[in-house]
Design a protein around this ligand. Sequence first.
Ligand SMILES: [Zn+2]
Length: 91
Amino acid sequence: MADWLKLPSFLRRRKTEDHAEIAGCCSDYIDGELTEPMLSRLENHLSWCGPCTAFISSLRSTVDSLRGLPAKTPPPELKDAIRREVRNSKN
Ligand SMILES: [Zn+2]
């Protein structure tokens, strides 16, 4: 799991096995890859747990905004510069 997905402090307190379990599968949930019976457990948990709901919705908006970033294409002059450098380094 990436660093930015680390559990927020409210999920690390005691008696939070459920919250930790939810947090552990929330990225699958956001990707639509979570399957039963975990899917029902998660949705049931979200129906009463505000912090997990907030956590998942902020994670979802982060993931959505990352997906929304345009794929960057390097400018052609950069390609030329790299080719030139490679050619020069061979001499
Ligand atoms: Zn929770």
